[in-house]
Write a protein that binds this ligand. Structure first.
Ligand code: ATP
Ligand code: MG
Length: 431
């Protein structure tokens, strides 16, 4: 069982690479599905399929070749399938606030519902063993990070807020009913959230299991694209996901001899090397710019062959441990893989039994083992892409204690990588 996410900046070739990977693994005999996580679906276009055919699928899987299906989840259909009570309550709320019923129904589609629907499918497919390989064609970076952070945020919501809300609603409902036109959610609403939650059980563990789920970053040999890929790399690490490859797409092939492209070829060469160096030890897959748009089975098969050669794309090409707990010289430590962070971005906080690592606007909750509870972080250092947090005795209230973090600048990180001379472990692509 394998789940592979294809992520990266907008327009770099995520959909094409995910679809091409799908055609290769299906040819190798794996039962495969490529699912689109992008609300602006373009997966079917990549396979050059008729739109009416996809429309008729109503967001369910469509077979495109032997062993190969694709799915473009349709949020409207999913709201009907999964979110009946939640939608009913939200549209009732909006309706009370003066919106027309039809508009209220439309607006009752909340952000996150589509992502949760995809997680539901993912969990179902894994539990029912429907496929051997599930490939996820992600939306551009920011949105795909929201997707992978969802299970953690929902877990937090269910643990910390859900029960509270439910109790408050129970107590307050009779009181509020007399004085406010705004209805409080009823038991059916809470029950339906609980049911959805039960269907999501295990999905978080699945996404963080490096033997099952890995992320492949797709990038182009251009400065700004590589910068965003670095950020994506770091955020995926922050969420405890394993990365197992970087696909450097759209490299001008050496056959292009037109002088017009000379400068492009020089800068591309430099950025291909930079990318391989900074993403090492992740294997890098170099992919040439094709002669035309990549469309349809033939083009996708060719692209798949150029990316992976004879290698099996379902393989885990590289494995990292996102974080580990250890005891050294009597002190407890948490070591987290977190490359490419800048000092201004990171904030650490311990609250009760969890460590909250905040990088920019993203937050990660790391549950602490029992032996760490009550301890406070006393120092944090970033060396060699690893953030090491040392915990010490708590004097007084451990809640909300934070620690300043000593981090290398990006330039220093790259310099130290160069000094260490870490080269990538390249997968040989055979013609
Ligand atoms: N190696 C390549 N050579 C030539 N064209 C390519 C290559 N890779 C992708 N393309 C083309 O680039 C365009 C964008 O690719 P694609 O849709 O796969 O990118 P994306 O990252 O999924 O974009 P989005 O962020 O909008 O989802 C498509 O027209 C595709 O055919
Ligand atoms: Mg796409």
């Amino acid at each position: 069982m394998r789940i592979i996410l294809f992520a990266g900046k907008g327009g770099v070739g995520k959909t094409s690479v995910a679809a091409a990977t799908g055609t290769r693994v299906a040819e190798l005999g794996y039962r495969t599905i490529v699912m689109s996580l992008d609300t602006a679906h373009s997966l079917a276009d990549s396979f050059d399929l008729d739109r009416p055919l996809m429309d008729r699928s109503r967001g369910l899987p469509v077979e495109v070749a032997k062993n190969l299906e694709i799915q473009e989840v349709d949020v409207l259909e999913e709201v009907e399938r999964n979110w009946g009570q939640v939608k009913a309550y939200v549209s009732q709320l909006l309706n009370v606030s003066g919106l027309e019923e039809v508009l209220a129904e439309e607006l009752a589609i909340l952000p996150g519902m589509e992502e949760v629907s995809i997680l539901l499918y993912l969990n179902q497919y894994v539990k029912e063993k429907t496929y051997d390989v599930i490939l996820l064609d992600c939306a551009p970076t920011g949105e795909s990070l929201r997707f992978i952070s969802l299970p953690t945020s929902m877990e937090w919501y269910m643990r910390r807020v859900f029960h509270l809300e439910r109790s408050i609603a129970r107590i307050a409902r009779p009181l509020v009913a007399n004085i406010s036109p705004v209805p409080l959610p009823d038991d059916a609403y809470f029950q339906s959230i609980r049911d959805l939650w039960a269907r999501l059980e295990g999905v978080d563990t699945l996404l963080k299991d490096s033997k099952v789920t890995t992320v492949r970053l797709v990038t182009n040999p251009e400065k700004m694209v590589i910068k965003e890929t670095q950020r994506a790399f770091m955020y995926f690490c922050l969420y405890g996901m394993s990365l197992d490859g970087v696909v450097i797409n759209r490299i001008l092939p050496s056959e292009v001899r037109d002088a017009y492209f000379d400068a492009w070829k020089v800068t591309q060469e430099r950025y291909v090397e930079t990318a391989e160096e900074i993403f090492a030890p992740l294997p890098a897959f170099r992919v040439p710019l094709q002669q035309g748009e990549v469309l349809g089975m033939k083009g996708l098969r060719e692209l798949g062959r150029q990316i992976y050669g004879d290698a099996d794309p379902a393989k885990v090409f590289f494995s990292t441990r996102p974080y580990r707990f250890e005891k050294k010289n009597g002190a407890y430590r948490l070591v987290m893989t977190l490359p490419f962070v800048g000092k201004e971005n990171v904030d650490l906080n311990v609250s009760g039994d969890e460590l909250i690592v905040r990088v920019g606007t993203f937050k990660r909750y790391v549950p602490l083992p029992r032996s760490y509870q009550g301890a406070v972080p006393t120092s944090a250092k970033l060396r060699n892409d690893e953030l090491t947090i040392t915990f010490g005795e708590s004097h007084g209230d451990a809640k909300g204690s934070s620690v300043d973090i000593e981090l290398d600048s990006l330039e220093k990180v790259i310099q130290s990588r160069r000094k260490r001379g870490r080269r990538m472990t390249r997968i040989e692509v055979q013609e």
